[in-house]
Design a binder for this molecule. Sequence first.
Ligand code: MCA
Ligand code: AMP
Length: 468
Amino acid sequence: MELLFPWLAAPSERACVRLGERALTQRQLAAAIGGVVATLRARGAEPGARIGVWTKPALETLVCFAALAAAGYVIVPMDPKLGEAERAHVEVTAKPAVILGPEDVSLEGAGAWTPVPIRGETALLLFTSGTTGAPKAAAITDRNIAANLDMLADAWAWTGDDTVVHALPLFHVHGLVLGLFGALRRGGALRWVPRFSPADLAAAVAEEASRGSAIVFAVPTMYHRLCEAADQAAGLAAARLLVSGSAPLRADEHRTIERLFGQAPVERYGLTETLINCSTRGDGDRRAGSVGRPLRGVELRLVDDARVPLSTAEARDLGGEICVRGPHVFAGYLDRPDATSAVMDAEGWFYTGDVATISDDGFVTIIGRRSTDIIKCGGFKVGAGEIEACLCEHPAVAEAAVIGAPDPDLGERILAFVVTRSPVEPGVLVDHVAARLSPHKRPREVKILEALPRNAMGKIVKTALRGA
Ligand code: MCA
Ligand code: AMP
């Protein structure tokens, strides 16, 4: 019998979650978990039930997630900034039996409860955007999580002596699975900074490093801003590891981080559906521009457009789509066998849509993406189709096309082109999207065109919009 958080068998007085001045020891967290379980049972929700969690900036939010994972509930994280239609979509798709916020959690704790062993059952439903349609719920099992976190522990020599410090949202893999569950699985701690600023993140790193060892998880946009504000971010240099992921880190920024903070970042690559696939190692070569080698236990290969595996020379010289297989790959999209079989074949290979090369010594370099309709903005994945549909709901919009434009801060900036029926200010359309969808999905710029470029078949040619 293996527990996701092994220390629950004998909780100690070590701190394991901290937000600002507030912290809980393992023993206090174990007791508080009992309180959450009692609250859910009182509302008729037994382990196995789906529970929504508003990811609000409170220590109680961390307790809630820890409780649900430890007691065998299915977690449905919910961003408080979800637009109305997005919230309705989450509720209709995931059908949470109860939705908890920090106000539902008492740190006093109550009642006996039993940690649930890892069973290979769905533990987490995470909504992720595709090229078209509304986001799909990826079903991630407790075994996926445990297997992937143990692979990362091997790559980073990550132990219970490390405190993870991050300023990430908790409704995605990066902040929740790696940040919170990773720290708890190792028996270490998470220091959560719920609102990112370079100064606040760096101060938290310096404080945690002074207590022991701090490792930082952040997206490239955060590292960019930390470098820009390096005078306020000197504390970052105290970290044992600076880990970057969720989006490409430019090679020049990799070198800037090394120059300013005294160590090259460790880069790792993953997806919601697969968790983390590749990483440079804590004790190895941190090569600017590369996401390292596949983690131990991950099978990775490149394929051509017909999904035929490439030879070593083709993988090095031409590149192809990354596909992966292993115990970390998700169970499928909730109630969407069609969408699941489009990305996963009968042999368990998952097709990522990311295009890469592999060097002779096995280092993976991501060089692009198969679809122009997937945008990574600030580390958030956004589907162009969802934004186009939202723009077209505005009465002044006849047609819309959305692309990701290179941006030094966000990686990609969401750029919308619209053909209008009646006069409208671009800013009105930005606010229209920000009000209906999560604000991070809003276009950063809207350009009004006479017509959208189309090919002979009448299909919009997005590549022609790049210079428009
Ligand atoms: C701005 N705001 C608006 C509008 N404009 N609200 C309404 N209407 C508008 N027109 C508000 C926003 O809601 C927000 O509110 C504030 O202004 C700033 O928003 P924004 O400009 O979008 O934020 P930012 O400064 O650009 O954020 C940068 C960021 C963020 C902090 C780096 O992008 C971020 O947290 N990224 C992390 C993404 C992540 O965790 N990805 C992991 C995916 P307020 O001020 O109230 O906040 S998991 C994954 O990818 C895989 C597995 C992996 O490999 O990890
Ligand atoms: P998400 O579905 O939000 O988990 O986003 C997954 C996508 O983020 C991947 O398919 C990649 O395109 C991108 N991604 C994640 N990590 C990296 C990285 N280190 N370098 C480049 N792209 C990355």
